[in-house]
Design a protein around this ligand. Structure first.
Ligand SMILES: Cc1cc2nc3c(=O)[nH]c(=O)nc-3n(C[C@H](O)[C@H](O)[C@H](O)COP(=O)(O)OP(=O)(O)OC[C@H]3O[C@@H](n4cnc5c(N)ncnc54)[C@H](O)[C@@H]3O)c2cc1C
Length: 511
């Protein structure tokens, strides 16, 4: 097997995703009698709360990332494999990944969430999300490259599009990135670009509801709005973005804002898992779990963190826990204990969420914090925010690097990481990725095409059920047309499967 992991007499726990939840679980299983395999599509753990600082040149990407192999270097009966989950085969108890198959005794899905564009293709094509370190580096490059172009472009209209920044989503990430870009405009741009009129740069923060930070206290909402306005951010409440056309963000009320820096941070949906029953899914594609994070309908599959939806666990979180670091970490820790309990036929402990509060920083000396049933705003909240985040970053080197960049930035009003840096994938990696995508999407009985076909089939059933639910009788000709289309598609799929199988056989023969 390409994973190159020998089976042992211990049961195998496979954890998919080494984010906050998966990492906590893997660490807490240290003394348990399991063989633990952690897979992640990256070779590092990332710290999302500071991603916005990478996007705005305040921090270096490596300061908020930490290699998995370093975290687990002396660990026994533990394996890390850099691999991407493709599908789960619950009956056969194995997962298909970008590097091959892996059997499991217990499977824990901790692969988080992705940006939700709410099905709007135009917005998805144009907007820049900010969920990962990679995306934040892309955003930093876009912001800096747009500034560079703005001093050389020939039309006023293009210049305005390049200078305007539109951020959609008034949650903590939107508020933080808006504040950081405003500080860049106020302190860095006038020095870096003396030939650019910084005051022509407008930063818009758009929120569909009546206040920023809707998950926090009213005081936090009011203060953050006040701080942002003081920094010169245009806060637009009760506004909904519906499209992006001709370099303009289009709002539901007809307003159009020209921009080429269109940042989308207004919602997430859980990452897709192929192979689980439809009944396992709840709102926002999250996996329904019981009080010990076991996925609905399965005895040996668990989900924790952003991807999990635990309903009715306590009065305050009837609709599920917030998609934040603490629920993921606490679920990881609780599941570690429960996996051991299950193995030893002992009583399991239901998950109980301990809410440690919420914070957001808007700029130097400006933050809001709701902690211990108290609400703070200003300098104290800002210091608290810094201490909490510094403590949570993995690795002494990273803590020092972050503290150094923060201190430098505070004293000089500068951002030292404003290089436009893009990695070029060497041929050796490109070739490997091509081979992996061809041969490890699935074996003969599970090609990517079959997975696609499976997905399309369940989507078709879903829409038929939707039609039934709202009592719509589809027109007979439309139904016949659809049937014809599906038949043609199926024939194509069958042809493709045949071709892939022949290719695979040829390849097997060659070796
Ligand atoms: C910009 C930003 C700022 C945030 N700020 C805060 C904050 O200040 N406070 C707070 O509490 N929360 C914050 N959050 C939310 C918090 O980061 C998440 O709720 C938390 O990370 C969820 O943990 P998780 O373990 O479920 O998933 P994640 O931490 O997202 O980890 C998922 C892991 O799975 C891996 N993965 C994904 N797909 C696959 C696949 N197919 N195969 C293999 N591996 C895969 C990823 O590489 C990643 O390592 C922020 C999130 C973002 C994006």
């Amino acid at each position: 097997m390409s994973f190159n992991i020998e089976s042992s007499d211990k049961k195998r726990v496979v954890i998919v995703g080494g984010g906050f939840g998966g990492l906590r679980l893997a660490l807490d299983l240290k003394k348990a009698n399991f063989q633990v395999v952690l897979i992640d599509k990256n070779n590092f753990h990332q710290f999302p709360p500071l991603i916005y600082q990478v996007a705005t040149s305040g921090l270096h990407p490596s300061s908020i990332s930490f290699p998995f192999r370093k975290i687990f270097e002396a660990r026994k009966d533990f394996y890390f494999r850099m691999a991407e989950l493709r599908a789960v085969y619950p009956k056969e108890k194995y997962i298909q990944t970008s590097i091959g198959k892996l059997d499991y005794d217990y499977l824990v899905l901790a692969n988080g969430a992705k940006t939700n564009f709410f099905g709007n293709k135009n917005i998805e094509d144009a907007a820049m999300p900010m969920k990962t370190v990679g995306e934040s580096m892309g955003l930093r490059n876009a912001i800096l490259s747009n500034f560079e172009r703005s001093v050389t472009c020939s039309t006023k209209q293009e210049r305005q599009e390049l200078l305007n920044v539109v951020i959609v989503g008034g949650g903590p990430t939107g508020v933080e990135v808006a504040g950081a870009i405003a500080e860049m405009r106020n302190y860095v741009i006038p020095k870096d670009y003396p030939d650019m009129e910084a005051k022509r740069m407008h930063i818009y923060l758009i929120q569909s509801s009546d206040r920023l930070l809707p998950g926090m206290s009213k005081k936090a909402s009011e203060k953050s709005e006040q701080f942002l306005k003081k920094l010169g951010v245009d806060v637009l409440l009760y506004k909904r973005v519906i499209d992006y056309k001709d370099n303009k963000v289009i709002l539901a009320d007809g307003m159009a804002i020209p921009t080429r820096t269109f940042i989308w941070v207004c919602g997430v949906s859980a990452n897709d898992i192929v192979g689980l029953d439809k009944e396992a899914y709840g709102a926002s594609n999250r996996l329904l779990v019981d009080e010990i994070n076991r996925v609905k309908g399965y005895d040996d599959i668990f989900a924790i963190g952003d991807i999990a939806l635990m309903l009715d666990s306590d009065a305050k979180h009837k609709q599920g826990h917030p998609q934040m670091a603490q629920p993921a970490i606490q679920q990881g820790a609780n599941l570690a204990k429960n996996l051991v309990a299950l193995e030893n036929n002992k009583k399991t402990k239901p998950f109980k969420y301990r809410d440690l509060g919420c914070m957001a920083t808007i700029g130097r000396n400006k933050a809001v914090a709701d902690v211990f049933k108290m609400n703070f705003a200003g300098m104290f909240a800002w210091l608290l925010w810094m201490v909490v985040h510094l403590r949570s970053i993995l690795g002494v080197h990273n803590k020092i690097a972050v503290l150094l960049d923060w201190t430098w930035g505070y004293l000089t009003y500068d951002r030292s990481n404003r290089m436009i840096l893009s990695a070029i994938k060497p041929k050796v990696i490109l070739k490997r990725e091509e081979i992996e995508s061809k041969y490890h999407w699935g074996s003969i009985n599970s090609t990517s095409i079959e997975i696609d076909a499976h997905k399309k089939h369940s989507e078709a059933l879903d829409s038929l059920n939707d039609l039934k639910e709202i009592n719509v009788t589809p027109d007979i000709n439309t139904v016949l047309d659809n049937v014809k289309e599906v038949e043609v598609e199926l024939k194509d799929i069958e042809k493709e499967i045949k071709e892939v199988k022949e290719e695979l056989h040829d390849e097997v023969k060659k070796h």
